[in-house]
Design a protein around this ligand. Structure first.
Ligand SMILES: [Mn+2]
Length: 359
């Protein structure tokens, strides 16, 4: 019997073109995860790159919090446009920091921003988008470096030491959300305080997600250090997913399981965690990527050359009846005229082959 696991593609905001949807289908993807936040400022004229962002002086840059693309009509149109190319729009990944900064910071606009998120989740349900991926973090994906870390000197990202610089006010999740800056730094908070802020959020949003038929899926903290930029992390060790699920028990609260991030954690066992979460039906979708090393020194590599035994992961998924989506997350950039496309096609080919052998 063939496994009902699905293979998908992830798209950044500036990549939402018909050509790229055809490309993904040609590479063998049937599903997609979409980022609607313009992390790299390309829609505002920043230099074109398809690579994942790393930090500049202002993190990944600023976000205006444009809401139009998050509206029901826009989501429905995107869903239909992708479907016309044979791609199911399965999940949105990450809120725009401009839309939920006070949820993360427990600021004065928290409840107002939660209301907007509830409306978004209801609209996703109406548009038929199954999953909302999120990462409840103040520092976000901060402190990474670029380098020729993958096979053959392919450009990739990594971490060499944890970023300990304080976060300026007006910035959260590695993006600036306000033009006016006070010059003050964010106050350091405790892990307990951040867990409480997550609980506050989940208690209000998850019941709406249940009603809408949408799953909230938590990405682990990348890089998985206890603190990054002096602020606490939530899921930076592999046992901490259970803490998340015990905060609020619901089938609509699951994991966006990033294999690379779990492998980067100190003392982690990515096979044990994958099996445990799949058996609990707690995996909404999977970032299927590979890495060499652990926090505080690691780098991302091609899917078939890292520390994770990927065929073993596929066997675990199949044996435990996983029927969700796996996507490459990100890949090293290959030396050619289309570095992102080549990297993604390479990863998809490898995933498809594993599926044919073990699926
Ligand atoms: Mn990931």
């Amino acid at each position: 019997m063939k496994s009902s696991l699905k293979i998908g593609f992830g798209f950044y905001r500036h990549m939402l073109t018909d050509e790229n949807f055809r490309f993904a289908r040609q590479a063998g993807a049937s599903h997609a995860v979409v980022h609607l936040t313009d992390y790299t400022g390309q829609l505002k004229g920043a230099p074109v790159t398809d690579d994942q962002p790393i930090d500049g002086e202002n993190g990944w840059g600023s976000t205006s919090g444009d809401r139009k693309i998050w509206s029901l009509s826009s989501l429905s149109d995107l869903k239909k446009r992708m479907a016309s190319h044979g791609i199911e729009l399965y999940a949105l990944e990450n809120f725009d920091p401009a839309h939920w900064y006070d949820v993360l910071l427990a600021g004065p606009r928290r409840d107002e921003q939660i209301e907007w998120i509830k409306e978004l989740i209801l609209n996703m349900g109406k548009a038929g988008i199954s999953v909302m991926g999120y990462n409840f973090s103040l520092a976000g994906v901060a402190g990474r470096i670029h380098g020729p870390f993958a096979r053959g000197g392919a450009e990739s990202v990594g971490v060499s030491g944890v970023d300990d610089t304080p976060i300026p006010e007006g910035m959260v999740w590695n993006m600036a959300y306000e033009r006016t800056r006070t010059g003050e730094m964010l106050q350091e908070i405790s892990h307990e305080e951040l867990w409480e802020r997550l609980r506050y959020f989940l208690e209000r949003v998850v019941p709406v997600a249940e009603k809408a038929g949408v799953t909230m899926a938590a990405h682990p903290d990348d890089p998985p250090a206890e603190r990054v930029r002096r602020q606490p992390r939530l899921i930076y060790r592999d046992h901490l997913y259970q803490k998340l699920f015990s905060l609020l028990e619901s089938p609509a609260s699951r994991a966006e399981l990033c294999l690379g991030t779990v492998q980067e954690m100190q003392e982690s066992d990515v096979y044990r965690l994958t099996e445990e979460l799949v058996r609990q039906k707690k995996v909404a979708y999977i970032h299927f990527r590979n890495v060499v090393g652990k926090i505080p020194e690691y780098h991302e590599v091609f899917v078939d050359e890292g520390d994770i035994d990927m065929p073993r992961i596929i066997r675990i998924l199949v044996e435990n009846g996983y029927d969700g989506v796996i996507i490459p997350d990100h890949t090293p950039q290959m030396s050619c005229a289309a570095p992102w496309h080549a990297g993604m096609a390479y990863a998809l080919g490898y995933m498809r082959a594993l599926y044919q052998v073990y699926g």
